[in-house]
Design a protein around this ligand. Structure first.
Ligand code: 4AD
Length: 673
């Protein structure tokens, strides 16, 4: 363990030698090996306290972004020799080496790709800016200029001839040329005919780069479409080779070379490699791009997410440019907290949206399961004045001056609907003010709850088994490719059918192992699983908490229905076991790797018993009048359960935490973004 002093020394070195700010230095200082590697890299290149700041910034960028360590030195040498004299040149060099599998770096090719030695004079800048502005509609130009000058500056940065130009020269050229061009524009004029704009843009590009083939670009994506409807990228494989197609998506990966660009474009439905034959505007990753292109079969393009096809670009438009900062917002070095701060960026990766898509299939499968069995979906309120699962995890809300809570469970409200609607379910958020950060606790989670109008405890257990087995199979059938990608260890035969549940080790089968709480205690004690709170073997009546619960399921290696918990451990509403009044007809479904996924029980249906339970728990019966009335007017033996959607996903996808199963997780200490 490193001492506080060592940590402070590392922070000081990272600040003075590498030039990091206080926060950056502190974040990195926790990773001893990385710090040593970084400082050695700086020392090897003689960069220290007194070195120029831009060298430090560029070198740090090289160290963080170059994927293969053997590629770092050639790029660093280029920086220190002054060959890469701007951040755009350094970024281009990093991209160049990262695109190569070989250890050796071809210095000449890198020089050519990264604009080494290219100096764009002020006069050349002015000419290129003038040519680019000539393609602009004057009214639009006026609006852009008056709204935000930087918008035009950003646009110019994407003109091929200005790729290596000094940004201040571009700004000066704009300041000189634009006011003159818009001088007499009083109102917005109509945009020139699409073909005119297209010709002008092409002419400007060609003039700027006379001898280089330019991939046709148009400022207006509607012109690019040429009347074709937008094709979802995921449906491209259903078209014949040679078909002309129009797509819009986001640049997931980009590799710009001087005469060609390769871009993996993504929309919600899929990914496709797009080949730009000719120089392109060097747009950044995450730009929104429209393309009309011709489909070609290309086995080499195939990957987990991409089909064996490419779209050869006939014409494109940058619909919404992205900023180069996209490469630095999150990096391999980013802390977990930073990743959750930037969750909206993480959601543009490959893993997070894949998890969200499996989540979608899971919710869909639950709904279809219930619909096919004629259960009604209801949506109870989540702002409530009653507790369901104990007072310690209630979130208080001031509701127009009255005390209220965010609901812990919709169960009590589901029970009110069964007498007139039969079996019902809901999929809604529940809230728990959990005071700990664990892999399975959220402050807001998606609660899938069902309630049966009349049933026995045995019926309830059978329903649960049937639902879990059916739903998991359906999700595998529909999203097996994503599950196999996210959790490959579950696949029995990776070359087999990814959508066949039989090809997955985890597909649950009925009947699940049933284990009474008392037997679970005996099992833990016989297998050396201790109560982590006392450090001793369990005694009857003690809670089997997260860790021992997971250890127990890991030993059992399968789904478990743990039943008959002592009444004092469970909620007020649970029906007693007719054979032993100290126990309840309750069940937790435990899943390997995660522990409790479902909590359910039979409910007290006798009026007097329920009144007694309120008293015992110190609850004010007057606030529960609507719940109690279910017993006054036709109480029937009934039960139900609640399932944590995120916990089921952790199990299915082998996620590190329930947080990764949420679009934007809420847990202790985090309510943003
Ligand atoms: O066992 P619980 O507390 O049961 C109830 O709330 C019942 N009223 C449900 C019912 O019978 N309708 O919670 C049910 C499930 C747990 O098994 C777990 O999967 C999930 O909800 N859960 C949580 N998930 C994430 N974070 C938390 N803080 C959770 N608390 C419960």
């Amino acid at each position: 363990m490193e001492s506080e002093q060592e940590r402070a020394a590392a922070v000081a070195q990272l600040k003075s030698i590498v030039g990091l700010d206080d926060k950056g230095a502190k974040d990195l200082s926790t990773k001893q090996e990385r710090v040593a590697d970084l400082l050695a890299f700086f020392a090897q290149h003689n960069v220290g306290e007194s070195s120029p700041r831009d060298h430090k910034v560029m070198l740090f960028s090289v160290w963080t972004k170059v994927k293969k360590p053997v590629h770092r030195d050639p790029v660093a040498s280029f920086v220190l020799e002054g060959k890469l004299d701007s951040t755009q040149k350094v970024d281009a060099a990093i991209k160049f080496v990262n695109a190569s599998d070989a250890d050796e770096v071809d210095a000449a090719a890198m020089s050519a790709e990264c604009g080494v030695g290219v100096e764009v004079s002020e006069a050349e800048v002015e000419n290129a800016v003038a040519a680019a502005l000539a393609a602009e509609d004057k009214g639009t130009l006026k609006t852009k200029w008056e709204k935000n000058e930087n918008m035009l500056l950003g646009q110019m940065r994407r003109v091929a001839a200005l790729r290596w130009a000094d940004v201040e020269h571009v700004r000066a050229a704009l300041k000189k040329l634009v006011p003159e061009l818009i001088k007499n524009v009083v109102t917005e004029t109509a945009a020139p005919a699409a073909s005119e704009a297209k010709e002008a843009a092409e002419a400007a590009e060609a003039a700027a780069k006379k001898d280089v083939k330019v991939c046709p670009q148009n400022a207006d994506f509607r012109v690019v479409a040429q009347g074709l409807p937008r094709s979802p990228i995921g449906e491209l494989p259903s078209h014949k080779e040679g078909t002309s197609l129009y797509i819009i998506g986001w640049a997931h990966r980009v590799r710009h070379q001087s005469r060609m660009s390769f871009v993996v474009l993504r929309d919600g439905s899929g990914f496709i490699q797009c080949v730009f034959d000719g120089a392109t505007e060097p747009f950044h990753r995450e730009s929104c791009v429209a393309i009309r292109g011709t489909l070609k079969y290309e086995p080499k393009a195939k990957s987990e997410l991409q089909p064996p096809m490419e779209l050869h670009v006939d014409e494109y438009a940058v619909v919404g440019p992205s900023d180069g900062a996209i490469e630095t917002i999150i990096t391999a070095e980013s802390s977990v907290d930073k990743l959750y701060d930037q969750r909206h960026i993480v959601l543009r990766g490959s893993v997070a949206p894949s998890v969200m898509k499996v989540r979608h299939e899971l919710l869909r499968a639950f709904r279809e399961y219930f619909w096919s069995r004629k259960y009604y979906e209801v949506t109870p309120p989540t702002l409530v004045q009653t507790q369901v699962e104990g007072g310690s995890t209630l979130f208080d809300v001031l509701y127009y001056g009255e005390k209220a809570f965010l609901t812990q469970s919709s169960q009590l409200y589901l029970e009110t609907a069964t007498a007139s609607m039969g079996n019902v379910y809901c999929i809604l958020p529940s809230y728990r003010a959990e005071k700990s950060k664990t892999k399975r606790h959220l402050s807001e989670f998606t609660h899938m709850e069902a309630e049966y109008d009349v049933c026995t405890f045995e019926d309830l257990l059978n329903h649960l088994e049937d639902m879990i087995c059916t739903v998991v199979r359906t999700v595998v059938e529909r999203a097996g490719d994503l599950i196999a990608m996210l959790n490959p260890e579950q696949l029995i035969n990776p070359a087999g059918n990814l959508h066949d549940p039989a090809n997955y080790k985890f597909t649950p089968h009925r009947p699940f192992r049933r284990l009474r709480y008392s037997d679970a205690i005996k099992f833990c004690n016989a297998n050396g699983i201790l109560n982590t709170e006392t450090g001793k073997p369990f005694e009857f009546g003690e809670d089997i908490t997260d860790q021992p619960e997971r250890a127990m399921v890991a030993k059992l290696g399968e789904f478990v229905l743990m039943t008959h918990f002592p009444a004092q451990m469970k909620s007020f509403y649970m029906q007693r076991d007719p054979e032993d009044n100290t126990l309840t007809e309750s069940v937790d479904v435990l899943g390997p790797g995660i522990g409790e996924i479902v909590g359910g029980s039979m409910r007290m249906h006798n009026y007097e018993e329920l009144m007694e339970a309120y008293k015992r728990e110190g609850l004010d019966p007057s606030t529960y009048y609507w719940y109690t009335d279910q017993r006054r007017f036709g109480g029937a033996p009934h039960g139900g359960f609640g399932l944590g959607v995120e916990r089921l996903l952790v199990w299915m996808l082998n996620l590190d935490s329930v947080k990764d199963a949420c679009l934007f997780p809420r847990y202790m200490g985090r309510c943003k973004p």
